[in-house]
Design a protein around this ligand. Structure first.
Ligand SMILES: C[S@@+](CC[C@H](N)C(=O)[O-])C[C@H]1O[C@@H](n2cnc3c(N)ncnc32)[C@H](O)[C@@H]1O
Length: 221
C-alpha cells in the first residue's frame, strides 16, 4: 500500500465525523448509530445520504448550501473519504458526516423513516452484475426500509445505459419519475445539478460525455 494511502488512513482515525464500523459491528446486527444519527448532528433536521460518494463533493457542497439538513456521504474507500472528511473537519461543517461501509450493509445503519433523500452520484455501472448496481431493484429495496414517505432518489451518471436501465425498471414498478434528462447541460437549468460537480463528473464531462439525471420516488403514487 502506498505511503499516501497509509497517511490518509491514519488521519481518518482523527476525524470525529468519519464513522468506520468494522464488519462485526454491522454484519447481521444493528450499528450503534442506527436510529440515532440525529444525536450526532444535535438536531432533528432531515437526513440526506450520498451513496458511493467517493471524495464527497456533493455531501460537502449540499451541506454548505442547506444548513437546515444533515448530510452523510457513504463509500467503502477510506482514501477517497479522507478528502471529504478532512474538508468538513477543517471548515467545521457540522451538518455533514461520512460513513465508511459497503452499501450492501446499509440496512444495519439506518432505521425506519430515518432518511429523507438519497443521492447516487456516478455509481460504478456494473454492466455485467445487475445486483451490484446501486440503482438496481435489489439495492432500492434496501433503501425503502429506512426512507421517509415521499423520499426521493437522485441518480446522476454519465452512463446512459445505467440511466435508461434505472428509469425503465422504476417506471415498470410504477414508482413516480419526477425528472429525467439525458444531458443536463442542454436540457435543464437547475443549479444544484449544473454547479456541483463530483470528481468523476469533471473527468467524464472533460471527455465530452453528456451527464444524465433521474429523480424518482420510492412509493407508488
Ligand atoms: C465511480 S466512483 C464515483 C465517486 C463519486 N461519487 C464521484 O462522482 O466522484 C464510484 C464510487 O462508489 C463506491 N462504491 C461502489 N459500490 C459500492 C458499495 N457497494 N459500497 C460502498 N461504496 C461503493 C466506490 O468505492 C467508488 O468510490
Amino acid at each position: 500500500m502506498g505511503k499516501d494511502k497509509l497517511r490518509r488512513f491514519a488521519e481518518n482515525l482523527s476525524f470525529e465525523r468519519l464513522f468506520q464500523p468494522v464488519f462485526e459491528e454491522i454484519y447481521n446486527r444493528d450499528y450503534v448509530l442506527k436510529g440515532r444519527w440525529h444525536e450526532i448532528f444535535g438536531n432533528d433536521n432531515p437526513i440526506v445520504l450520498e451513496l458511493g460518494c467517493g471524495r464527497g463533493e456533493y455531501t460537502v457542497a449540499l451541506a454548505k448550501k442547506f444548513p437546515d439538513r444533515n448530510f452523510i456521504g457513504i463509500d467503502v474507500k477510506g482514501a477517497r473519504l479522507w478528502r471529504g472528511a478532512k474538508t468538513i473537519h477543517e471548515n467545521r461543517i457540522l451538518n455533514a458526516a461520512f460513513l465508511r461501509i459497503r452499501i450492501d450493509f446499509i440496512c444495519s445503519c439506518f432505521a425506519r423513516d430515518e432518511v429523507s433523500e438519497i443521492w447516487i452520484t456516478f455509481p460504478d455501472p456494473q454492466p455485467r452484475k445487475e445486483n451490484k448496481r446501486l440503482s438496481s431493484p435489489r439495492f432500492v429495496a434496501r433503501y425503502k426500509t429506512f426512507m421517509k414517505t415521499g423520499g426521493m432518489v437522485h441518480l446522476k451518471t454519465d452512463n446512459l445505459p445505467l440511466h435508461e436501465y434505472t428509469k425503465k425498471w422504476v417506471t415498470a414498478a410504477e414508482l413516480p419519475v419526477y425528472e429525467h434528462y439525458t444531458d443536463i447541460q442542454s436540457q435543464c437549468s437547475d443549479e444544484l445539478l449544473l454547479n456541483i460537480q463530483t470528481h468523476y463528473e469533471e473527468m467524464f464531462s472533460a471527455q465530452g460525455f453528456p451527464i444524465t439525471y433521474l429523480k424518482f420516488g420510492l412509493l407508488e403514487p
